[in-house]
Design a protein around this ligand. Sequence first.
Ligand code: 0GY
Length: 299
Amino acid sequence: MTAVSKTPGWLDFYHNPSRPDFQLPKGAVDAHCHVFGPDPEFPFAAERKYTPCNASKDDLWALKSRLGFTRNVIVQATCHGSDNRAVLDAIADAHGLAKGIASVEVGVSDGELARLAKGGIKAVRFNFVKRLVMPVSPEILLPLAARIDAAGMHIVIYFESPDLPALYDFIASIPAIVVVDHMGRPDLSKPVDSAEFLLFLKLMAAHENIWCKTTCPERLSHTGPPTYDDFVPFAHSIISQFPDRVLWGTDWPHPNLKSHMPDDAWLVDMIPRIAPTKILQRKLLVDNPMRLYWPEEGV
Ligand code: 0GY
């Protein structure tokens, strides 16, 4: 079978990233990353909105050791639809050092949810980003959220900040842990005390089951690489207010970036700027992800 062609203009991940200046704490978790294919072993879904480069589990393990991480949480990317085999294969290859976030059809059976949980899947992602998927309505997702919770998993949710007002009540009503991707994608050109970002902080303050990934300077920043200065006040605000409900990840291999591809070491070197103390760094990178994804380790 011949490999499929990448989306025109697709930026491949950065090969041979630098070693970061910031030394990660022992046992650090990259809690948001993906694998793409490799196609044709793990073919991309017919309904995908983009065709990426291949980015295999072995490429991910090489990045992990280059940057100094110990564990990964691998998020099913939309280019694989609800076929979670590439993520499950990576988890099985990681000897306990990787867990996963799946995507499922709304009609998924309880048996399939149990199978995913047994394979190391810890959550199901609800995606409301219209350029990536056809979003499913909250009324349909609520009963599914209850079934996911019953299967011992939580919810990861991806949306863009203009959609938060419409999704607010739905997110607030989910009867399980909810992890919001990329801080709900705030507009970093607005002030950190803009109504939009304050609404997100209000959501987190009001609901102790809601967590957040302080991820994606490379995706959200307007000031740009390598220091992504406008990202810092937003991520720092969340980490300082909710230090026990924040996670960090690389987002490697950075799907759909248009302007540049970061050297992943730049992203790691952002960490002491958004989490300036050793205590915050340990919560962000070790204690919180371990509690959520490896509770059996009792860290
Ligand atoms: C991300 C971001 C994106 C893509 C996906 O599943 C995906 O295709 O997550 C994006 O394009 O914003 O979370 O890595």
